[in-house]
Design a protein around this ligand. Structure first.
Ligand code: BGC
Length: 698
């Protein structure tokens, strides 16, 4: 895979800029403004597409026919390329966050780039990196977890893969977007420090990887809608970070007036509701500057030309969609994403031993791929958990499925079985993107209004139905595995002591069942680690109100909050078991290539080949300011044979030690001793650390 466009935001191409001067000089104001909006969305949505989203690529930035400049053609992600045609459907982003595997994520981006090109997409909306502040967020499944470092690394990897095929990647939703139900109105308040340290660094990271487009969020930040936030769009993104691409709005309620253009919104999607004629008038009346219009057009064309003219060296066609190698990748990702939370010697099951496996719950045999909002894809087929088990298990093994609706029957079946598997969790009906009905359709033909759907999760624990089933099955047979399908944390204090094993399987994509069977029968060891904290009690998390009109986001959430309040997690950030076991030697400080680095020996002390996600945290034990006790600053997945040792090494730079000093408006580094920790999760890593001083890091 070629690393195309990685320097897109680093420098301008003088030659291209001259050409753009010339083109901008030839365009009328109306033509420029045309370019600054999507078009035809409603025509098709209410017409041919019969109110189904994603039936075609959306025009987003609509080119200039007179000069032969094509419209940008947008399609969503992130679990595959959204199209009415069947496309490869991967585990949701949160599952991929649990792989902690940037190479794998780059390969997924590569497949998405290929399939996007085969469909004719030129602008991909697959990269969602909003920080999971609270696991109740309905769209949690579309992002990678609670930590800015993890989000940035995974988002950058997906971007590199997609853009390698000259598809422009847009990163969304900028910024502080993590409540669904009130997403169109909530005002998120956050101090400059909170934004810089917690909610923005991952956006900067993805842009530094060359990401060429940004989608603004629906919500307000500190009083301004994101599409109207001069602070976010112009001051920080464009002026300070040097972003060279264009910003487009989210769909329908992403802008509220022509003044958004002055604030730095370059394209209003999906239609010129507030741009179009209004924008022409606003410019003629002097309310929006001609400079802002020219800057927007320059950004759109700069991006479009950089991507459409880049050499590809290959053709893309129908045959590329959902091909065998893509299927294999979907399976590999699912295998690496499952997080084994508990295993009292139940797993792996021995596929050669005669046994009866009783499987319970409707999710066992449901095509459960995630929400039904913009990220919905149509896979060519889906292997359910049950189908996967049946395909993998052969003769001496009998697999029975019971939907769990009759409690007596379920108990009797569980008592007779050798092993039980309960699939519990959620579907698109319980969590997902909030798609409004009437609210977004104001002013449109009332006949054509839709019902709303999706939204934030009502509770972090499982539905009563699932908890009852787990209770019943486990009371009859504790040789039970509970497989949880969900987009983020599920609290399990009331029942986690009952089953022998618990595994997060997420919304596992089209090959989820195949992967599930391979992990259950030990063809491959589970190796995913939690990309968020599972608390013992929902009250250990920050305040969350899905219907908030206003909310304040602070410096602490997830593992940083639990560490500060000295609360023990049920399962900490970074946690996950393996069929093997790993021994971590003490962290050491070494000098390599003239730089201080940190390393530890990690040895596979178990009996099987397995992969392990090694994590690196920097601690601030002597800090004189209010800041998290430690932060993730590196991770690496290693594959080790029994007895094998890897020396796993990490390097940081000075920025990794810094905090944002609001008095100077700049990053600052404390002159204290820091601690480097290397370990298997955010709690165990802290057991052993090595001290170092700020000036040892260059
Ligand atoms: C979502 C975006 C999506 C857009 C286009 C919006 O409702 O918030 O994530 O890209 O629709 O489908």
């Amino acid at each position: 895979m070629r690393n195309q466009h990685s320097d897109f935001n680093a420098a301008l191409d003088d030659q291209l800029e001259k050409e753009l001067d010339d083109i901008i000089g030839q365009l009328t104001l109306e033509e420029k403004v045309w370019m600054m909006s999507g078009h035809d969305f409603f025509k098709y949505f209410f017409g041919e597409d019969n109110r189904q989203f994603g039936q075609r690529t959306y025009q987003a930035g609509s080119g200039c026919e007179r000069l032969g400049i094509d419209p940008l053609l947008f399609s969503d992600g992130p679990r595959g390329v959204r199209s009415k045609r069947p496309t490869s459907t991967f585990p949701v982003s949160m599952a991929r966050g649990a792989t902690w595997d940037t190479d794998l994520e780059r390969r997924i981006g590569d497949v998405m780039g290929i399939e996007a090109r085969a469909i004719g997409v030129t602008l991909s909306g697959a990269i969602c990196i909003n920080l999971l502040r609270h696991p109740g967020w309905g769209r949690a499944q579309e992002t990678y977890g609670e930590d800015p470092y993890l989000l940035g690394e995974m988002g950058a990897a997906l971007c590199e893969g997609i853009q390698a095929h000259n598809v422009i990647a847009t990163v969304k939703h900028y910024a502080l977007n993590s409540i669904e139900n009130s997403r169109f109105r909530v005002n998120v308040k956050a101090s400059e420090r909170v934004m810089r340290e917690v909610y923005l660094p991952h956006f900067k990271r993805v842009l530094d990887a060359g990401c060429a487009s940004v989608m603004s969020a629906y919500n307000k930040v500190n009083g301004d809608y994101c599409g109207h936030s001069r602070r976010l769009l112009r001051d920080i993104l464009k002026d300070e970070w040097g972003f060279k691409g264009f910003v487009h709005s989210d769909w329908v309620k992403g802008a509220y007036g022509a003044d958004a253009a002055e604030a730095g919104l370059d394209v209003e999607n999906p239609e010129p509701i507030f741009f179009g004629k209004n924008l022409v008038t606003a410019v003629n009346d002097g309310e929006v500057s001609r400079w802002a219009i020219d800057d927007a057009v320059r950004r759109i064309l700069r991006t479009q030309f950089a991507f459409s003219r880049a050499e590809d060296g290959r053709a893309y066609d129908e045959e590329d969609i959902a091909r065998e190698t893509h299927r294999q990748l979907a399976q590999e990702v699912a295998e690496k994403s499952f997080v084994l939370l508990k295993n009292d010697s139940l797993l792996p099951l021995d596929a050669s031993k005669p046994m009866t496996i009783a499987c319970f719950g409707p999710l066992m045999d449901k095509e459960n791929l995630g929400d039904h909002g913009s990220s919905r894809t149509v896979p060519p087929y889906v292997v359910t958990l049950l189908e996967g088990l049946k395909a993998r298990a052969s003769d001496p093994i009998e697999i029975i499925h019971d939907d769990g609706t009759d409690p007596e029957r379920a108990t009797a079946l569980a008592a007779k079985a050798d092993v039980c598997i309960v699939a519990a969790g959620f579907t698109w009906e319980d969590e997902g993107e909030f798609i409004p009905g009437n609210e977004a359709m104001e002013g449109l033909d009332s006949e054509k209004k839709m019902d709303s759907r999706g939204g934030d999760r009502d509770q972090l624990r499982l539905l009563d139905r699932d908890e009852d089933l787990i209770d019943r099955v486990c009371s009859a047979n504790s040789n039970t595995l509970v497989a949880i399908m969900a987009g983020s944390a599920v609290t399990m204090e009331s029942w986690k002591h009952k089953p022998a094993a618990i595994m997060m399987v997420w919304y596992p994509g089209m090959e989820g069942g195949t992967a599930f069977a391979r992990v259950v029968f030990g063809d491959v060891s589970p190796s995913g680690k939690l990309p968020f904290t599972i608390p013992q009690d929902e009250r250990d998390l920050p305040f969350f109100d899905p219907n908030a009109d206003e909310i304040e986001y602070g410096l602490y959430h997830g593992y940083t909050l639990l560490a500060k309040s000295q609360k023990k997690a049920a399962f900490p950030f970074g946690y996950g078991l393996s069929y093997s076991s790993f021994d971590y030697g003490p962290a050491r400080k070494v000098t390599a290539g003239g730089k201080t680095q940190f390393e530890a020996d990690v040895t596979n002390t178990g009996a099987c080949q397995a992969e392990e996600v090694v994590q690196f945290y920097v601690g601030f034990p002597e800090s004189q300011i209010d800041r998290p006790a430690f932060l993730l600053k590196g991770f690496r997945r290693v594959s080790l044979a029994p007895g094998e040792t890897a020396v796993v090494r990490f390097q940081i730079d000075r920025r990794d030690l810094a905090y944002f000093d609001e008095t100077t408006g700049d990053w600052a580094i404390e002159a204290i001793d820091y601690a480097a920790h290397i370990g298997p999760d955010s709690v165990q890593a802290l057991g052993q650390g090595v001290a170092f001083a700020a000036d040892e890091i260059v």
